[in-house]
Write a protein that binds this ligand. Structure first.
Ligand code: ZN
Ligand code: ZN
Ligand code: FE
Length: 768
């Protein structure tokens, strides 16, 4: 019996190849009808035998285009119209059909097939793409997403490309960046001064330079990479010294999944993540030293990704097993995108530049992910993920949130959608600050919304706080405490509302009492929080300096544990202080509290313990000690490390002095660093859980949220998750939004917006 059914798809269904997909599906099942873009989604009507229609819709649901996200599907019987064929019909909104801007997508299998097919007209063409793959966000200059508004506007399509673009049955139907060797962009190789090299094959010449140890800046999707042969020690050393990047791990790109499995341990979930169309850098356990140790010295993990652009695939075809692919920038500056910008800013770093004439309009670094507790976790949400909004459980008033100071992203809330920007980074340079404002404009365009309220951190010294106060068109500035923002961020991504026990374990953030917080137990909802507990305060001698010189923290921990008279002795035995003359100095600044704020930071505690363990006295990047501790931690039967919980006022204090004492004594008795590092992780997870249990007793709350930069540590995250679940808690962690400060803007936005909604908002300024 012939039927006609009308489907309405809502969600991310425009600009993702949805109409040609439906068209092909309907034809496969020999159904008549139409598909049409509407302002509120996509409408499909199909007419034909009932069983064919059933088969059609189940096929549709099973094979959605990779970027589509159907949030709501309604189904209705319609009146039979005796259509003879299936059509894509234009709608009033057709000109601006692509409402949602999609992220950039790794080159698809079909395009790869053509790329390496000598008979194909795009054989070896470095800019091949289709409806299902290629650049998106990074070539957009204005909304709507049409070719004229992208950096492809200056490449008129040749007749063949135009035919593909216009044919609903073609896999390049409405592929805005569609191009071929006749009509599209081209590669060029430049020397360090920006002079074009006389070569007919820029890619081959670039490879020759790489083979001989050269440093090449290669224009990618969301910015330039600095590229060297990952097996060449000398080349890596040169790159590190030119970039002033002593030890921070470098991401590598490997030729294929097989090679990834040779150099690292890769489980099934990690494999799927590596091969996903987002192609993030995935942190994997090192297995074999096939690549240079200089890639990630002292680390247990390697950051590995697979090729995601045709240029990269072509590079690997030349025989490299692995290439270092690190964001091209100077320390703390954003990634370079323009050809001229790259040549100026990377002067003295890159030997050659492999560039092209398709402009990158949006900066977008590589995303970073790992697998913990059997599922992926994003640690940097950028290329491949941005600009897809996050669906929230509730609807909120419009708001812009500017994030904190480091690892910043910005966020715009509109209705029930949260639009997070690409990774902006640390706001220490004018370039990074410009990028913050660039991102604000970009996200306003993508969200199609210019909020009149702005949320920021409580820290009066953050650039973002000052920027928020200086925004002239804002009617209200709403400061949000850093760790509250962490907790709300995790709540928002998990779609939970109401009160929770929030464990915010972090580096540092400005506390409501003016001290530096970072090991916080908050009872919080979206709008408000009470501090129920924290790590006992200890001094941070030298303030900010202690971050780079964690031996200072070690002295403070030892002094807390052994007292004024004895700490010196232990510090000497453990060789904690780099120079003898620092002892009286430290004594003095701690005794008189000179530039020595109180902190409850767990991240800094990790730093201090690492120094006590003898791992290092200074660090070259934040988090280095914690990563090293994670790397050396070896599980071993031993006494657990003790800690104290005391009730001070209306707040539980968690004191690790007993653990520090035990670590010190065990070390001096010959216990191994590795087992003590493991014991420290283990005692932490016990302690955090014990605190949560005490708070549960007082409040009756059972939902617990784990957030903050310390949970990038896989041992700690998995340990706490297990411990808390064993104790009967419902535990929520970050997956799609970073647990580090990259997730703060989402928390700020939801918190500030919730305050507006509940009337809690105080129009005004941050403390001080
Ligand atoms: Zn493709
Ligand atoms: Zn063409
Ligand atoms: Fe933080």
């Amino acid at each position: 019996m012939i039927k006609r059914v009308r489907y309405h798809f809502a969600g991310i269904v425009q600009g993702v190849g949805f109409r040609p997909f439906i068209y092909r599906m309907a034809r496969q099942h020999t159904l008549a009808g139409f598909v049409q873009n509407r302002p509120d989604g996509v409408v499909v009507e199909v007419e034909g035998p009932g069983p064919s229609i059933d088969a059609f819709i189940s096929d549709v649901n099973a094979h959605l285009p990779p970027l589509a996200d159907v949030i709501h599907l309604s189904v209705n019987e319609a009146t039979i119209r005796k259509d003879s064929e299936f059509k894509i019909i234009a709608s009033d909104t057709d000109g601006e059909a692509n409402v949602h801007i999609t992220p950039d997508i790794a080159t698809c299998g079909e395009c790869l097939g053509e790329l390496f097919d000598p008979k194909d007209r795009r054989y070896h063409y470095p800019f091949i793409n289709c409806t299902n793959c290629g650049p998106r966000l990074t070539i957009i200059g204005a909304i709507p997403y049409d070719r004229v508004n992208t950096s492809m506007a200056c490449f008129p399509m040749c007749p063949e490309c135009l035919n593909e673009y216009r044919d609903p049955a073609d896999r390049r139907f409405h592929a805005e960046p569609n191009a071929c060797p006749v009509c599209g962009p081209r590669l060029t190789l430049l020397d360090e001064d920006g002079q074009q090299l006389p070569t007919t094959d820029p890619l081959q010449t670039a490879c020759d330079k790489l083979f001989s140890g050269g440093i090449i800046a290669i224009k990618g999707l969301g910015g330039f990479h600095l590229c060297v042969d990952a097996c060449n020690d000398a080349a890596i050393k040169r790159l590190r010294s030119r970039k002033y990047r002593e030890a921070k791990p470098l991401a590598i790109m490997v030729k294929n999944i097989k090679y990834a499995c040779q150099i690292a341990r890769v489980n099934d979930v990690e494999k799927v993540l590596l091969e996903s169309f987002q192609r993030p850098v995935v942190l994997l356990k090192k297995k074999n030293l096939l690549v240079s140790e200089g890639v990630a010295p002292g680390m247990g993990n390697l950051g590995i990704m697979l090729p995601y652009t045709p240029i990269q695939h072509l590079l690997f075809e030349k025989g490299f097993p692995a290439l270092v692919m690190t964001s091209a920038n100077q320390t703390d500056e954003p990634i370079c995108i323009g050809n001229r910008e790259a040549i100026t800013r990377l002067k003295g770093i890159a030997d050659f530049f492999l560039v092209h004439n398709r402009d990158i309009l949006v900066r977008c670094d590589d995303s970073i992910a790992m697998v913990a507790a059997d599922k992926p976790i994003l640690m940097r949400r950028s290329r491949g993920y941005v600009s897809k909004p996050l669906m929230l459980r509730e609807t909120y008033p419009d708001i812009l949130a500017l994030g904190p100071q480091s690892k910043t992203t910005i966020c715009i809330l509109k209705d029930n959608l949260a639009f997070l920007s690409p990774h902006i980074g640390d706001l220490e340079t004018p370039q990074a600050r410009d990028f913050l404002h660039e991102s604000t404009n970009l996200m306003s365009q993508i969200a199609q919304c210019r909020p009149k309220r702005v949320a920021c951190d409580l820290h009066p010294g953050y650039y973002t706080t000052r920027a928020a106060l200086n925004m002239e068109d804002m009617e209200e500035v709403i400061p949000v405490q850093h760790h509250h923002a962490h907790v709300v961020s995790c709540m928002a991504e998990n779609g939970i509302t109401g009160q929770v026990i929030g464990l915010a374990m972090d580096g540092t953030g400005y506390g409501s009492d003016g001290h530096i917080w970072g090991g916080e137990f908050l009872v919080a909802d979206e709008a408000d929080f009470t501090r129920f507990g924290h790590l006992s305060y200890y001094l941070l001698p030298g303030g900010e300096k202690a971050i780079h010189e964690p031996w200072r923290i070690a002295t403070s921990l030892l002094r807390n544990t052994f007292g004024d008279d004895d700490w010196h002795d232990y510090a000497q035995q453990l060789d904690v202080v780099p120079e003898e003359r620092y002892y009286p100095l430290m004594e003095k600044i701690m005794r008189n509290r000179i530039n020595s704020p109180f902190t409850s930071s767990l991240g800094r505690l990790f730093d201090g313990v690492a120094v006590i363990l003898g791992l290092r006295q200074k660090v070259s990047f934040e988090g280095q000690t914690a990563m090293e501790m994670e790397a050396i931690a070896t599980k071993q039967e031993m006494d657990s490390l003790p800690f104290d919980i005391t009730a001070g006022g209306n707040c539980f204090l968690l004191d690790f002095s007993p653990a520090i004492r035990k670590i010190t004594e065990s070390l001096l008795a010959g216990q191994s660093k590795g087992s003590l590092a493991w014991a420290f992780h283990y005692c932490l997870q016990k302690a955090l859980c014990e605190m949560a249990i005490r708070i549960r007793k007082q409040t009756g709350l059972n939902r617990t949220v784990l957030t903050g930069g310390c949970f990038q540590n896989r041992i700690l995250l998995e340990g706490c998750l297990q411990e808390l679940e064993d104790a009967g808690f419902d535990v929520f962690i970050h997956r799609r939004v970073p647990t580090n400060d990259g997730g703060i803007s989402l928390g700020q936005a939801v918190c500030a917006s919730a305050r507006v909604k509940t009337g809690l908002s105080s129009p005004g300024k941050p403390a001080h």
